[in-house]
Design a protein around this ligand. Structure first.
Ligand SMILES: NC(=O)c1ccc[n+]([C@@H]2O[C@H](COP(=O)([O-])OP(=O)(O)OC[C@H]3O[C@@H](n4cnc5c(N)ncnc54)[C@H](O)[C@@H]3O)[C@@H](O)[C@H]2O)c1
Length: 455
């Protein structure tokens, strides 16, 4: 099949490269000329494990190419995917569909007919109808189809997720679209990935309902974690027991600093807005958003308390800035609110992230970025692990203890146990256990004494 991907970001690039890998001929389009130049030179504009290799292989094999001009490729395409951004609209929180509609008009002008236009971007229910109307008005004909094919990949494991999805959701309104979409995804179907065909509006809603549910699950365990701290229970044990129930499932039950990223915040908000417009409010999701928002600044207060209650003029080291590991994506990362709140309290922030430094530098001029966690930790009054990058799981705590001004470790991802850390003289504050209620630095001496006694 001849396919065109409009938008070569996290989703467009991964989808384009993987569909080329299935044997289709794919043209990835982006209006950002610098991005296309980099791609043509073989450089990936984003960090996504495994992407560079797949892209390079398929470029070499002649199945994947990059351009800023969609006209030629769209004319010959069996299907054109729209994979442009749908950020929150400033002011009201609805999904900003201007990129989708702009791309739609461009596609409409180039279409030759019998092509399936597929929204891969996350779009509110009913957007497919509007895409169809725009194209029909432009072309004065109905010789095209519009399908919805929301994407469920996760940054950091996007290739694996695309090639081994839990399900593929396709919303269609006609047989031609169904046949073309079936052909596109045949390799996955042969691989036994379930394909769910629905009406277009249902497919659009499945995506938002999925993200909202996951965001709610994360927020639920975060609130349970807070309760664990008060009642001297351990959230990791609670999550284990809870998640072992097949009806609940163990994923997305990791307590932490609150959800962020390029999707959950904007998608939960957009769904709430859609529901309000239809006079069918989603109270659970409204609450999820509110609870999550307040959690991030609460995390900063936790760090401040662990560092002694007053961080004015003190240095706080942040390990991990991206919203999750294995991506360089900083969109809505919890680090943004946490660092802001620390700076509001007068702290000096030093930071290290394995892949997110380039994007982070564009966000802050008043954060000191370092080449390693050890450099970032020098003279810090507290270290905070904010993103659970693999390399933070085996930090040289002995070395760190000698570098810091105060041996305080706030582990907002629970990647260490209290025992792991106190052995090296650190005061530990995790999430959702007794250690989560942060110890005041005055208690440090007592903790050390207990440690000496234990030894
Ligand atoms: N990032 C994820 O993990 C993820 C997962 C599932 C779904 N989604 C959804 O997929 C969509 C894309 O997300 P993303 O993270 O890839 O966004 P992104 O910002 O990384 O990429 C979007 C790209 O589209 C380009 N673009 C915008 N308008 C264009 C036009 N008219 N013609 C050509 N190119 C154009 C931009 O230059 C940009 O490179 C969003 O709706 C998002 O909600 C994202």
């Amino acid at each position: 099949m001849r396919l065109v991907m409009i938008g070569s970001g996290y989703v467009g690039l991964v989808t384009g490269a993987c569909l080329a890998d299935f044997g289709h001929t794919v043209t990835c389009v982006d209006k950002d000329a610098a991005r296309i130049d980099r791609l043509r030179r073989g450089e990936m504009p984003i960090y996504e494990p495994g992407l560079e290799g797949i892209a390079a292989q398929n470029v070499r094999d002649g199945r994947l190419s990059f351009t800023t001009d969609l006209t030629g490729p769209v004319k010959e395409a069996d299907a054109v995917f729209i994979a442009v951004g749908t950020p929150s609209r400033r002011g009201d929180g609805h999904a900003d569909l201007s990129y989708v509609y702009h791309a739609t008009r461009e596609i409409a002008r180039a279409l030759q007919g019998n092509t399936v236009v597929v929204t891969k971007s996350t779009v509110p229910v009913g957007t497919g109808d509007e895409v169809e109307r725009i194209i029909r008005d432009e072309r004065q004909s109905r010789d095209f189809s519009v399908a919805s094919n929301p994407e469920f990949l996760r940054e950091g494991s996007a290739i694996q997720d695309f090639k081994h999805p839990d399900r593929i959701v396709i919303g269609v309104e006609d047989e031609h679209a169904r046949a073309v979409m079936e052909e596109i995804y045949r390799p996955l179907f042969l691989n036994k990935s379930p394909i769910l065909f629905t009406a277009r509006r249902s497919a659009e809603l499945i995506k938002y309902a999925s993200n909202a549910f996951l965001a709610m699950k994360v927020t639920f365990i975060n609130e349970i974690a807070d309760l664990c701290e008060k009642v001297d229970a351990n959230v990791q044990d609670v999550a284990l027991g809870l998640g072992a129930d097949n009806r609940i499932g163990s994923k997305f039950l990791h307590a932490g600093p609150g959800f962020g990223g390029s999707c959950f915040p904007k998608d939960t908000m957009a769904l709430v807005k859609t529901a309000q417009d239809y006079d069918s409010p989603l109270r659970l999701i409204e609450t999820t958003i509110a609870v999550n928002d307040s959690r991030k600044r609460a995390m900063a207060r936790r760090i401040i308390q662990a560092a002694g209650g007053n961080v004015r003029g003190k240095k706080i080291a942040i390990f991990g800035l991206t919203f999750k590991p294995n991506t360089d994506d900083m969109r809505e990362a919890p680090s943004i609110s946490v660092i802001q709140a620390l700076q509001d309290a007068g702290a000096r922030v030093s930071a290290y992230d394995p892949k997110g430094m380039e994007q982070a530098r564009a966000l802050w001029t008043d954060v000191a970025f370092h080449a390693s966690p050890y450099e970032a930790a020098e003279n810090a009054s507290a270290i905070c692990i904010l993103t659970e990058w693999e390399q933070f799981r085996a930090l040289d705590l002995q070395r760190l203890e000698k570098l810091v001004a105060q041996p305080v470790l706030v582990d907002l991802r629970n990647i260490y146990s209290e025992e792991d850390v106190t052995r090296f003289g650190f005061v530990y504050s995790g999430i959702g256990s007794r250690s989560g209620a942060p110890m005041h630095i005055a208690d440090l001496a007592a903790a050390r004494e207990r440690l000496v006694e234990a030894v």
